[in-house]
Ligand binder design. Structure first.
Ligand SMILES: Nc1ncnc2c1ncn2[C@@H]1O[C@H](COP(=O)(O)OP(=O)(O)OP(=O)(O)O)[C@@H](O)[C@H]1O
Length: 392
């Protein structure tokens, strides 16, 4: 099977060129594995073009050693799945994490600590499995999201995500952190952008779509299991009224950074095919909040931090509850702070009067939802596994 090397020289701390020269290419040389080409991406969107060109030379199956973060992979996936240049081609991806967050790699190879990503051996795990010839591969699931206005023909190209699709705080963080990239090449830029947006709420309605086998489900930490939503509408979906502080769904990953386990159950309770895990925070569930107001938003900030902090503590946020007075605790029977859902996708219907609710993030790529438009994300049942990624 032909082998290609593609890496993004500007992702993460911009060290991919050096890393490939010093570690990746020599390892392949030593194993006598000769790539057809070694290519640096030269601009945004270039990774997708490179893959398209590679496959147009009639290869039916290729292996790509990809040095990047999640955004470059996103471009490749969109070209292969969304662009349809060679939908039947089989592509094996061997990741070498060089990006900022490296969510997919960190999920496939859970690191021993937040600094493991600095470790050369850790970063070469997938490559060494590939070279050793005993690698195993997993097919990627995709969240396919369309933005459209009710009743209008949909001319927008769908966004295909293989890691995360979000609105609310996470989309705002990714939108604002991009301007901080030069000054803060590491994950600290996400924390700075989170601080800047921590008192924002997002006015919208959301519908959680049914799972392939039935109703959308919600996690109950009491028995550690997912259960069907009790109240579903005629089309089988669960309807949630905002405002929202957080609304984020993942496929293929349980974390968005090496130590940020935002959807930990996707590893602990195997998700069915055609599903995504969704994390939702709706501040009006807090018994101490009776209405949306600037004071209520400010008072909610520490509670939001408690949740995000829990994600950094091996995903303990999924067990957080409110006391009657609105304190956030881990014990008792109070209302859950986080709603952890598993569903076949979702529809996000932003309130036209709230510009902040009109942002969408797909694997780090941020785009606007136009006035009068909604976003719908669906998880199609797995394809034949045309895009697989080295997992051990
Ligand atoms: N030569 C280039 N010059 C400028 N931008 C580029 C170039 N090559 C690729 N890009 C863009 O770099 C962006 C960032 O890449 P990527 O998302 O892989 O890294 P990251 O954002 O640092 O990591 P992560 O997504 O894991 O947080 C991509 O959106 C891609 O379009």
């Amino acid at each position: 099977m032909p082998l290609f090397i593609v890496y993004n020289p500007v992702c993460g701390d911009k060290s991919a060129t050096k890393f490939f020269k010093e570690h990746v290419v020599p390892l392949l040389d030593k194993a006598d594995l000769k790539p057809e080409s070694v290519q640096e991406t030269q601009r945004e969107g270039h990774a997708g073009e490179l893959i398209s060109t590679t496959l147009s030379t009639s290869h039916e199956e290729v292996t790509i050693v990809l040095g990047s973060g999640d955004g470059t992979l996103h471009e490749i996936v969109n070209e292969l799945y969304g662009g349809g240049s060679r939908p039947e081609a089989k592509v094996k991806i061997v990741l070498v994490p060089c990006g900022t967050a490296n969510a997919l790699y960190s999920s496939l190879y859970p690191p021993s600590g937040p600094d493991a990503i600095q470790d050369v051996d850790y970063r070469l795990k997938a490559l060494k499995s590939f070279i050793g010839g005993a690698a195993s591969y997993v097919p990627l699931s995709f969240a396919v999201t369309t933005v459209s206005a009710a009743g209008a023909p949909n001319s927008n190209k769908p966004l295909v995500s293989s890691v995360v699709i979000s609105t609310s705080l996470h989309a705002a963080i990714l939108r604002d952190s991009e301007q901080l990239r030069d000054e803060h090449p590491g994950i600290e830029r996400f924390k700075i952008a989170a601080q800047q947006n921590s008192d924002k709420w997002y006015n919208a309605r959301a519908k959680l779509l049914p799972l392939p086998g039935g109703a959308p489900q919600i996690y109950d930490p009491k028995d550690g299991a997912f259960h069907d939503f009790k109240d579903t509408s005629g089309d089988g979906s669960a309807e949630l009224e905002g405002p929202f502080a957080y609304f984020l769904s993942t496929v293929n990953v349980d974390r968005l950074e090496p130590a940020f386990n935002i959807t930990p159950l996707s590893r602990q309770i195997k998700p069915p095919a055609g599903s995504c895990d969704v994390i939702i925070i709706r501040p009006l569930r807090d018994p101490s909040v009776s209405a949306d107001s600037p004071e209520a938003r400010q008072a909610f900030v520490p509670k939001l931090w408690a949740v995000l902090g829990g994600a950094y503590q091996e995903g303990s946020h999924v067990r957080l509850r409110y006391t009657k007075s609105g304190d956030v605790v881990t014990e008792g029977d109070g209302q859950l702070v986080v709603e952890y859902a598993r569903c076949g996708g979702w529809r996000w219907i932003p309130d036209e009067a709230d510009p902040g609710a009109h942002w969408l993030c797909s694997d780090g790529y941020v785009t606007g939802i136009g006035k009068g438009q909604t976003a719908e994300s669906k998880i199609p049942p797995a394809t034949e596994g045309n895009i697989v990624v080295c997992a051990s």
